[in-house]
Design a protein around this ligand. Structure first.
Ligand SMILES: *Cc1c(COP(=O)(O)O)cnc(C)c1O
Length: 384
């Protein structure tokens, strides 16, 4: 059985977790601080704040951006549902916008049409690791005085116009869930260019506490903390951070390996005109968190049959990225929402296995199987 994804974890990560457990400091402490500093340096961001996952990162980003009840935030429906949920957590309304068919990323033209007097922010997503056109959204945000927040859950190691994702705007949120390119089990990070955001994010992730555990622990004089506002417990543990530090060291290598696999897929499928392959435009660098293909109307086999036939041969695949407005949690409030491009992409895209290390043999098997399924189907179609 070939799975859809696998985290790349080695003895090194296991040793780092082991050492941290025995160090006596297991929740947020020195390893979290080290991971934050290294992540900021890696992305080129000014500051980084580690949290429990990307959903809590997005929640805190909403809070510090000042989003609240009555506000609207424009985001793609075609994203993991946590994107929309984070907007809900602060009492605001997600306004779903359309994506571009070629990149699966938010369409700035459609976004502009949905801006109202209530719009407070744009929450863009770098879908499956392909950067969105950040500059186009920066232009919209300055024109309409909106906040820009990036959901970069899938985009650690991706780059836009020569700079790593995480360095372009005030609030960028990452995930270290096992389905992403590097993992800490669960985990998240917020990068920010603003010192005031940095300070408030650090307060909010730890109950609004004015003095963190480490400072109190190391203090030579007695100190008492104050809880300056209502915060949350969104801490990352030092065990996770120790794993994250080792993962971060491998990130560029992992991205490079993933890109090689994507290139092999692209080369193998290039001649099939009924497939729309991933589009990586000049200035965009994807970490290929997922490899998704859109099946055009002319495709000789429908998506679900293709998935089943692959599964019959022991190859896992997934359907296209979900559309939040069609999930039960949003169906009622989104009953008048029509997003034909997003819906078509969800219904007719397939995600193929991509992980490190996907063996050459496995990759060839996936490609041969895929080609024989679509070609046999091809011959079943009468030739007139
Ligand atoms: C995975 C994902 C999330 C959620 O990340 P967690 O770390 O699991 O909370 C949010 N947004 C997008 C686009 C994702 O792919």
């Amino acid at each position: 059985m070939i799975p859809i994804a696998k985290p790349y974890l080695t003895e090194e990560e296991a040793q780092a977790a082991y050492d941290t457990i025995l160090s006596g400091w297991i929740t947020q402490g020195p390893k979290v601080q080290e991971f934050e500093e290294k992540f900021a340096a890696y992305t080129g961001a000014k500051y980084a704040v580690a949290v429990s996952n990307c959903t809590t990162a997005l929640h805190l980003a909403m809070v510090v951006a000042g989003i609240g009840p009555g506000d609207e935030v424009i985001c793609p429906s075609m994203s993991y549902i946590a994107t929309a949920n984070a907007i809900k957590y602060v009492g605001a309304t997600p306004v779903f916008a359309e994506v571009q068919k070629e990149t699966y990323n938010l369409d700035p033209v459609d976004v502009e049409k949905r801006i109202t007097i209530k719009t407070k922010a744009i929450l863009l997503v770098h879908q499956i690791g392909m950067p969105a056109d950040i500059d186009a959204f920066k232009v919209l945000c300055s024109k309409y005085d909106l906040k820009l927040i990036e959901d970069a859950a899938c985009a650690a190691g991706s780059a836009y116009k020569g700079k790593k994702v995480g360095s372009h705007s005030e609030l960028v949120c990452f995930s270290f869930h096992p389905r992403k390119v590097i993992s800490t089990g669960d985990g998240g990070m917020i990068t920010t260019s603003r010192e005031d955001y940095y300070n408030r994010l650090r307060l909010l992730r730890q109950h609004g506490m004015s003095i963190n555990d480490r400072v109190r622990h190391e203090a030579k004089k007695i100190v008492f903390e104050d809880h300056v506002e209502v915060g949350y417990n969104y801490r990352m543990t030092d065990i996770q951070a120790a794993v994250g530090i080792k993962q971060l060291e491998k990130l560029d290598w992992i991205v490079n390996e993933r890109r090689k696999i994507a290139a092999v897929y692209n080369e193998a499928f290039r001649h099939l005109s009924f497939l729309q392959l991933p589009l990586e435009k000049e200035g965009y660098l994807s970490n290929y968190q997922s490899y998704s293909i859109y099946l055009k109307k002319s495709c000789p086999i429908d998506r679900n049959s293709l998935m089943q036939k692959l599964l019959d041969k022991g190859i896992a695949s997934r359907r296209g990225i979900m559309t939040s407005h069609r999930e039960s949690a949003y169906k009622q409030e989104a009953k008048n929402v029509s997003l034909p491009v997003s819906e078509d992409l969800q219904d007719n895209s397939i995600i193929l296995p991509l992980y490190v290390p996907l063996q050459k043999k496995e990759l060839e098997f996936i490609i041969d199987t895929f080609l024989s399924i679509v070609k046999n189907k091809h011959q079943e179609v009468p030739a007139f």
